[in-house]
Design a protein around this ligand. Structure first.
Ligand code: F6R
Length: 241
């Protein structure tokens, strides 16, 4: 695990974008694992700038997202489909048919999670997976629990996560209580993982992650089992180290 403690969020975003851009130049048909939330927005902005400058192209890239709320359709302004279009996909030359996100409004969710895992397997997983981390240590929506799912699954969001995500919704009651999330197998099968954390609120989870032990009470600690993880954090997130 390689840990970079950077000055601030902008520096994290630049570093993440640099790593991804380099890989993309080496491999134009890169398979990118993507996240939503505040953490990767700066990285997407930097990648968009690189694209606009003509330094990189996403025309052969395949993208897989980690998760989606159950019950929000693709055009709902808090759905992760909408987030990805607004913050990234609509601003680069990626092909719509190469962007995969779990369908949270599928009629048969059990079929949908199987479909998503089959897809990941078919493409042989991501080359680079971008991750944020929850204050409670969740990665994607794999929440702290007695057991964690290896496969993509439908999960109940914890109160902590619902509270944290209520900042994006008008009323807390509007935050969905369930989501589809990629499981630990999908995440850990990526060739390289970049985890981004900014701000003091993430400091406790980061400290636990970097102790190097594995516990289901902080799902991010499973990243200690992976050989190629880059942790990009700012000084606040590194406060307890
Ligand atoms: C989002 C995701 C979540 C977030 C996490 C941190 O696709 O998988 O695990 O990465 O909740 O969210 P932010 O970045 O908003 O602090």
């Amino acid at each position: 695990m390689e840990v970079f403690i950077l000055e601030n969020y902008d520096e994290i975003s630049k570093k993440a974008s640099e790593i991804i851009s380099e890989e993309l130049k080496q491999k134009p048909n890169l398979k990118l694992g993507l996240a939503t939330g505040s953490s990767p927005i700066g990285t997407y902005k930097e990648l968009i700038k690189e694209y606009e400058s003509g330094n990189i192209s996403f025309k052969d890239v395949v993208a897989f997202n980690l998760d989606e709320y159950v019950g929000l359709n693709k055009n709902h302004n808090q759905s992760y489909h909408y987030f990805m279009r607004e913050n990234f996909f609509n601003k680069i030359d990626i092909k719509e048919e190469n962007c995969f996100i779990p369908n949270g409004s599928a009629k048969d969710l059990e079929e949908e999670v199987k479909r998503y895992d089959n897809l990941l397997e078919e493409y042989n997983y991501a080359d680079i997976q971008i991750l944020g981390i929850g204050e409670n240590g969740h990665i994607a929506f794999n929440e702290p629990n007695f057991t964690l799912s290896a496969d993509t699954s439908v999960v109940n969001l914890t109160d902590d996560t619902i509270n944290a995500n209520s900042r994006f919704f008008k009323h807390k009651k509007d935050v969905p209580k369930t989501a589809i999330t990629m499981g630990l197998k999908g995440i850990l099968s990526s060739r390289k993982i970049i985890l981004i954390a900014s701000g003091e609120k993430k400091a406790r989870a980061i400290k636990q992650l970097l102790i190097g032990k594995v516990t289901t009470s902080n799902p991010s600690t499973f990243l200690n089992l992976h050989k190629n993880v880059i942790i990009l954090i700012d000084k606040e997130a590194a406060k307890l180290l």
